[in-house]
Design a protein around this ligand. Structure first.
Ligand code: ZN
Length: 154
């Protein structure tokens, strides 16, 4: 059974405000597209990130991944909600959705807002990334590969 998101307006508002503050610190001399993100960990702590660009464009890191990695490098392993603020309410790229999937449940809420924080869209992570790759799937695949090696040995 699919669990519905429990609307938590206080969490939504607070997390979006953290994301908006982080957005102000974005380093975006090339795209001029500032993104701010905030995640709340299971521990209750909030971590923020902004996008950081580079003259070698491919090295740019998104706000969402910076926020998640900041938490992970402080010892967090699970986040319960993600908020993202952009000029126009844009949604996370595929790479960030997959990184979030590693540390968040598919039913965790993702709040997306424009800079005014008035236009807010709410999704679950599972809606944004259907059938994402998980550590469990990796382990299952490794077990199967090991079993296949045993049976195919001459
Ligand atoms: Zn991204």
């Amino acid at each position: 059974m699919k669990r519905k998101i429990q609307p938590d307006k206080a969490l939504q508002r607070g997390l979006l405000e953290f994301a908006a503050q982080a957005r102000a610190l974005a380093y975006t001399p090339y795209s001029n597209y500032q993104v701010g993100a905030a995640v709340v960990a299971k521990s209750g702590k909030i971590y923020t990130g902004s996008n950081v660009e580079n003259a070698s464009y491919g090295l740019t890191v998104c706000a969402e991944r910076n926020a998640i990695f900041k938490g992970v490098t402080e010892g967090e392993r699970e986040f319960v909600a993600l908020a993202v603020v952009t000029a126009n309410g844009g949604s996370p790229c595929g790479a960030c959705r997959q990184v979030a999937f590693e540390f968040m449940r598919p039913d965790a809420p993702v709040y997306l807002a424009d800079a005014s924080l008035r236009r807010v869209r709410v999704f679950t992570l599972g809606e944004l990334l259907r059938d994402g790759f998980t550590p469990q799937k990796l382990r299952q695949g490794q077990k199967r590969a090991k079993a296949n090696r045993k049976t195919t040995k001459p």
